[in-house]
Design a protein around this ligand. Structure first.
Ligand SMILES: Nc1ncnc2c1ncn2[C@@H]1O[C@H](COP(=O)(O)OP(=O)(O)OP(=O)(O)O)[C@@H](O)[C@H]1O
Length: 531
């Protein structure tokens, strides 16, 4: 993927120059923090406790406890927080809970918290987490993501006055005008957010108090229409006027609100309250690149990480490898999938095109072998949503995917991740593998390798802090029937996907992805992580 390549270059640069911003050199190590039961969590709102219990949550994970202390506890949102914590460790709730808790005492509905994620599916997943807790304290959550109707968004986000019988809407009436937003919290993708900022009447970030940049490294890698500088600028605009810290909002001459974001006294401001937006940045592979981090304009940032290594795999993840004979990699994959029959598996490939072909090929092996569906940026959103829904429900057990599914997606009971194509970069490995072994559960990550990839894979494993990756032995009796039907399945695939005259020596297959042309590869890569 073009994105992962950029990531790789950036990582290589960081690794060689060893540039680390000073505040990252003294992190809070979350691996020394214990889980905490809801009963003993200080200051937790009783209705939030109930909502969490309804979700089946009885205690907070370490990263959630650490962020809680820094925001609700003694830290009191004094500093911006940057979290680097493994996949599946519960980062979503680590920011959702303190934001909902602090906003639970708000008097007037305004857009106070903005959560930005790189893809539509991720944004909707995170909205689901807020939806599970925010209504319990009277807060409303909205979403603004691509490929949904703008009119629908506007109806959901902007409050229009109700014209009840006998009551007239009076735009001069401040009490009617106070609530312009229909939501307190907005979960958005950058493109749709910019649409609203530029075009939606009544949409304002004037009262924003919290900004969450989830999957930070991914979001900072691309400018997405300059969304971040725009948001920072719009929230700074209302910082010009300072209001007494005891007055959380003041009706202005225009009937709208003005918000003091932080009521703390900042260094160098001689006792004056200095309004600012509180920011939280999170990822399992948080960038350490100063030129990227500077874009966030962080305030006395506090860095939370887990352990001494840069990246960390989930504790209960088991890594295994399969060394495949040249030219018959799909046979190994089908053999492995037969060995894992009945369990939920995600198979990652290197591109949209390989995803499409591999999925077709597997289905040509016949229903009795493998039933697989595909998920990639090459499909339209409706199809992707349908497939992911079926996968969540368990109607589909095998999902062949590009890296569109690698980051953040939380699908329950995925017990196996299979790297059909070896990931090129440590970050890609971390995110792919992290679709399993989530929330302290067990999971396995298999990587299929050709002989020529073994050395490179060993060096990649070292970078993700995992030295042990034994060979997985597929039971030999599973291979023979698969081998027997490989050639006919391949022939069917050739007929179905090879309208272009094959080049000399070119075969349909998955042995070498380099066979696709450069422009094709670039196209595929470019779409593979698109929302
Ligand atoms: N305190 C908790 N108790 C039990 N389960 C939890 C708790 N917190 C989160 N979970 C569950 O853990 C899973 C992983 O959480 P989440 O998606 O927030 O992880 P993450 O750290 O953001 O992962 P990624 O880096 O892959 O995005 C989810 O299914 C979530 O419901």
């Amino acid at each position: 993927m073009v994105e992962e390549e950029k990531d790789g270059e950036a990582q290589a640069q960081e690794e060689t120059t060893n540039l680390v911003v000073p505040w990252m050199r003294a992190p809070v190590d979350v691996s020394h923090v214990d889980s905490c039961s809801l009963e003993t969590l200080p200051s937790l709102h009783p209705r939030l406790k109930e909502a969490l219990e309804k979700m089946g949550i009885s205690s907070l994970f370490p990263v959630q406890v650490a962020v809680w202390h820094e925001t609700i506890g003694p830290g009191g949102f004094e500093r911006d927080v940057c979290v680097n914590s493994p996949t599946g460790s519960g980062k979503t709730l680590s920011y959702a809970l303190p934001i909902v808790q602090t906003l639970s005492s708000r008097a007037v509905r305004c857009l106070r918290a903005l959560v930005v994620l790189p893809t539509r599916d991720l944004a909707l997943q995170v909205k689901g987490v807020f939806d599970a807790i925010a209504p319990s304290v009277g807060l409303s959550v909205g979403s603004a993501v691509g490929q949904s109707s703008i009119a629908g968004d506007i109806a959901q986000l902007i409050k229009t006055p109700k014209l009840d019988a006998g009551i007239c809407y009076d735009p001069e009436d401040i009490s009617q005008n106070l609530e312009s937003s229909a939501v307190d919290i907005l979960v958005a993708t950058p493109g749709r957010l910019m649409d609203h900022i530029n075009n939606t009447k009544g949409f304002t970030l004037e009262h924003l108090r919290y900004l969450v940049v989830d999957e930070t490294d991914r979001l900072l890698r691309e400018s997405y229409q300059e969304w971040l500088p725009t948001v920072l600028k719009l929230t700074q605009a209302s910082d010009d006027g300072l209001f007494p810290s005891s007055t959380p909002f003041v009706p202005s001459a225009f009937g709208s609100l003005q918000t003091i974001r932080r009521q703390s006294v900042e260094r160098g401001f001689k006792g004056k309250p200095y309004p600012r937006l509180a920011k939280l940045a999170l990822s399992a592979t948080l960038t350490q690149d100063p030129s990227k981090l500077i874009q966030l304009d962080l305030h006395h940032p506090l860095f939370m990480t887990t352990g001494a290594t840069r990246y960390r795999l989930p504790e209960k993840l088991e890594c295994l490898r399969l060394i495949c004979e040249t030219g018959v990699k799909p046979v190994y994959l089908v053999g492995l999938l037969k060995a894992l029959e009945g369990e939920k598996c995600i198979v990652f490939t290197s591109s949209v095109e390989t995803t499409r072909r591999l999925c077709k090929l597997l289905n040509f092996f016949g229903d009795s072998m493998i039933k697989a569906k595909e998920y990639s940026g090459g499909l339209n959103q409706a199809v992707r949503s349908k497939e992911i829904k079926a996968f969540r429900k368990g109607d589909i057990k095998v999902l062949i995917s590009s890296d569109a599914l690698a980051r953040g997606m939380d699908v329950e009971l995925v017990t196996n991740v299979i790297n059909y194509d070896m990931p090129q970069y440590p970050k890609t490995f971390i995110h792919r593998a992290g679709r399993t072994a989530r929330a302290g559960r067990d999971g396995r990550c298999f990587t299929l390798l050709g002989d020529h990839e073994v050395r490179r894979f060993s060096s990649l494993l070292k970078k993700v802090g995992n030295a042990s990756c034994p060979i997985y032995p597929i039971p030999p009796d599973l291979f023979a029937p698969v081998r027997a039907i490989y050639e006919p399945a391949l022939a069917k695939l050739k007929e179905s996907v090879e309208p272009i005259a094959p080049k000399r020596g070119r075969q349909v297959g998955f042995k070498h992805n380099s066979r696709t042309t450069n422009s094709q590869t670039k196209r595929n890569k470019a779409t593979s992580e698109q929302a």
